[in-house]
Design a protein around this ligand. Structure first.
Ligand SMILES: *Cc1c(COP(=O)(O)O)cnc(C)c1O
Length: 403
């Protein structure tokens, strides 16, 4: 008999009469445009609520997590052709934000046990051309961002945090998104709470607030007028429908995080006891939001391939997949061929006056993280009995395939 014969729980209903009423109010206003000089809009009220909730002086609405990242990279005012250090295990939005601003992504090595670069890995990737670091709190597990922030201060680098998977995560008691100059979040449908599509940036100074606002809205300086069109910026505006959703969803976040944290922390503790299994989270300083659950098989103990491990889990009724990305991002086709833009020219490289060969990049830690990682699905609708099944199935498969 397999450990489990029923499907895993789907996400509980996320939308109710509150969302419908808020959307109705947006439509009743007869305008879905986020800006009004004379009255607060639903988007501006949403951003006040988000800034207050996350304890930042300013939150800027955008149309996606990728947009939030691009806005933050642009607002960092880094000269084209400079290098930006980041991780090869992330959503592609992190990387595209760097490429779109004509900057050069440099991939740091990764600790296979956390699937995230350590401060030392980031330091080792710094050159005289480095201007910024973009860290990712992968799966909602905060990286060692305080040490990375100190490193960036010491080396004069801008730090941007990709918190898209880490809504509600904290590190050493402080919310993610507060360690760097900018904290970037997504509110797409997959995240803990959603505005449909959307995102926001946490900024910590008034100057950065205006910069982000301008980089999210074609550099029309709607607050101050005078600096209109002083830069090149896309339209990443949030609509009033998304603003209505964002405000209505925000009060639901804490319960979602609390439930996932209870389940995820238990998985962590108990999977850590199983020989051959390495849970992603092994830091008592990290309070995770558990966007998904990441673990890794220890290939010195587990004798079967990851593929075989996944297939045996499947036989036990537990669906699972590989470690978030199929390969580290530098191995993806557009990096291997540098076909970022049509026409065979990568402008950033031309400006930099040097070439970058991503086919020569070798990061064994990142490759190990990807090759041995296993992603378990997790949501706030899970109960302890579902976690029991995860633990039981992994115990059986690991036990069957250990040295
Ligand atoms: C979701 C996500 C993004 C991008 O967000 P979109 O809203 O889909 O553009 C960026 N980085 C990470 C780590 C993400 O999980």
């Amino acid at each position: 008999m397999p450990v489990r014969v029923t499907p895993l729980p789907r996400r509980p209903d996320r939308f109710g009469p509150e969302e419908l009423a808020a959307l109705g109010r947006a439509l009743d206003s007869n305008a879905l445009w986020y800006w009004d000089n004379n009255r607060p809009t639903l988007v501006s009220k949403a951003m006040e609520a988000y800034a207050a909730k996350f304890g930042a002086p300013h939150a800027i609405a955008t149309s996606s997590g990728t947009a939030s990242l691009h806005v933050a990279v642009a607002a960092s005012m880094i000269p084209a052709g400079s290098e930006v250090i980041t991780t090869p295990i992330t959503d592609i939005g992190t990387i595209n934000a760097i490429l779109l601003q004509n900057l050069i992504p440099v991939f740091a090595e990764v600790d296979p046990n956390t699937a995230t670069p350590t401060p030392a890995h980031i330091e080792a990737a710094i050159t005289e051309r480095t201007k910024a670091v973009v860290v990712v709190h992968l799966s909602g597990f905060p990286c060692r961002v305080d040490e990375i922030a100190d490193l960036c201060t010491r080396r004069g680098l801008t730090l941007i945090e990709d918190c898209a998977q880490a809504l509600g995560a904290t590190y050493k008691g402080k919310g993610v998104g507060h360690f760097g100059r900018f904290g970037c979040f997504s509110l797409n449908d997959q995240k803990h709470i959603t505005s449909g599509e959307g995102g926001f940036v946490l900024a910590h100074s008034e100057a950065d607030f205006y910069l982000c606002h301008n980089y999210a809205d074609k550099y029309y300086d709607r607050h101050r007028k005078g600096v209109r069109l002083h830069g090149l910026a896309p339209n990443y505006r949030m609509s009033e429908l998304d603003g209505a959703m964002a405000t209505t969803q925000l009060p639901k976040l804490d319960a979602i995080v609390a439930k996932r944290r209870k389940l995820g922390d238990r998985l962590n503790r108990e999977l850590g006891q199983i020989r051959g299994i390495i849970p992603q989270v092994n830091s008592p300083d990290a309070e995770c939001s558990y966007f998904f659950y990441l673990l890794r098989i220890d290939e010195t103990i587990i004798t079967c391939s990851r593929k075989e491990f996944l297939s045996q889990l499947e036989d036990e009724g537990i669906p699972a997949s590989g470690a978030y990305v199929p390969t580290p991002i530098y191995k993806s086709p557009y990096f291997q061929t540098k076909s970022f833009f049509p026409g065979g020219v990568w402008p950033a490289e031309v400006v930099a006056g040097r070439t970058y060969d991503y086919t020569a990049v070798q990061l064994p830690g990142a490759e190990k993280a990807v090759a041995t990682g296993i992603q378990l699905y997790l949501n706030e609708g899970f109960e302890d009995t579902d976690i029991d099944d995860y633990i039981e199935a992994i115990k059986i498969v690991a036990g069957r395939n250990s040295t």
